[in-house]
Structure formats: structure tokens, C-alpha cells
Design a protein around this ligand. Sequence first.
Ligand SMILES: C[S@@+](CC[C@H](N)C(=O)[O-])C[C@H]1O[C@@H](n2cnc3c(N)ncnc32)[C@H](O)[C@@H]1O
Length: 258
Amino acid sequence: MTDVTETAAAGTTDWRAWQDSWDRQQEWYMPDREERFRVMLDMVEAFAGPTPRVLDLACGTGSITDRLLTRLPGATSVGVDLDPALLAIARGTFADDERVTFVTADLKDPQWTRALPHDSYDAVLTATALHWLHAEPLTALYGRLAPLVRDGGVFMNADHMIDESTPRINAAERALRHARMDRAKEAGAVDWADWWDLAAKDPALAGPTARRFEIYGEHADGDTPSVSWHAQALRTAGFAEARAVWSSPSDAMVLAVR
Ligand SMILES: C[S@@+](CC[C@H](N)C(=O)[O-])C[C@H]1O[C@@H](n2cnc3c(N)ncnc32)[C@H](O)[C@@H]1O
């Protein structure tokens, strides 16, 4: 695997190396990240077959799109995000792939769907992103997403979803997870802050990285409501059915059918 520090120092940017580096950083927080992607794509295939049109919502570097096209080569994907650095990695990676389009938009903007190239999708997919929004803008976002999903199509959100009614379970799980993360960090794991320091050193990412800090600061503030909150909000937004199709002790994936 190419080391991003080497390619940055050499003045050549290896987009696939940045994808791998992003994956390792995200996996430090979520060792089961690939498992949730696998279940997500199982359910896309179940509802939309082998050639779905997908919206990769808050796509970052396009990790969901990447797994989608490996699993279902006949799929097409539109990735939407606001972060110029992560979008630069996404656009660099998929530059020659006609199945993929990227759009810059703020999901809190009431008009954001106007930037999309299509008005209907078989599946809208998102992971580790909507906890950057507070409950009120997230409810509004769900209201704008429902009309984008075709009848019988699906929305899936894999994210931190906290059940406040189980504080002892939450605390025990968190303590174990953080102890593991601390050990991995001592062994050299790259966390969020370290990763952005690396990005700022790559000449191709320095400018977009500075801009993303102007937009978000370190990280936007948001909420982590429970599975039942998400399922209820999605039904209110116009989805016919909604429930968890995957969960871990800290995270879950809610699927809603239009
Ligand atoms: C932790 S990353 C996850 C990216 C990707 N889904 C993945 O699993 O690797 C969270 C993403 O949400 C995006 N995001 C957060 N708030 C957003 C907003 N208001 N509009 C667009 N994108 C947003 C961020 O820019 C970032 O790319």
C-alpha cells in the first residue's frame, strides 16, 4: 500500500492511497465499518437489483460508491458532500468512471436537491455523517429525501445511534471501545486530527483542506438520536416502513422503504 506521506512529499498525489488512508482512519473509530457497508449493499440488491441508481449522501471520499461499484458494477452513483478536500479525493479516484458524478452541496440548504442531476433514485445511502446535523435540520433533510426515493426504493442511514434509556450498557461499551482505540493509537493508528494534518501537507489537498476548516472547523456539531427516533422521523417524512437492519453496541443502520 502506498504511504500518503511519501506521495505528498514527492509532489504526486495517489488518490487510491488517500482512500486507503481514510478507510484506516475511519476504521479506528468503527472496526465493523465494512460489515455495515456489506449489509447496506445486500439490502440495495434486495430492493433494486444489480443496476441501481444510487445517491451517496454526505459521501466524503466516496467510500459507499467504491463498495457499490465493486459489488454491483452495473450501478451508477451520485455523491453529494460539502467538504472540498474529501470531494477532491473522491473526484480524483473516480475521474475516469462515467458511472459516477459528484456534487457539492450543503444538506442544510433547503434548495440542495436542485444541484442533483436526477430527481429520482433507487437507493439513497449514508454512513457516519448525519450525526453532524442537529435533530431539527435532520428532520427537514428526511422530508426532502423522501420525494427523491422512487416508490419501493430505499433510504439507509448507518450512524451512531444512542439509546439514552440504557446508560450502563452505553458506558460499558464506550469504555471498552475507547480502551481499544487508545491501544491502537499507541501502536500508530491515525486519528481524525492526525489525518487532517497529513492532508494539509499534500500540495494537492492543502488548499481544499484549509477551506474545509473554514466551513466546518474541526467537526460540525450534531445529535445522535436513537434508532426509534430515526424510524419515526422517516415514517413521518413519508416512508412506508422503517427499522434497523443492522446494529452494533454503539451504532445502527436504519432502512426505510418508500
Ligand atoms: C465522517 S464523514 C463520512 C463520509 C463517508 N460517508 C464515509 O463513510 O466515509 C462525514 C461526512 O459528512 C459530510 N457532511 C456533514 N455535514 C454535511 C452537510 N451539511 N452537507 C454536506 N455534507 C455534510 C462531511 O463533509 C463528511 O464528508
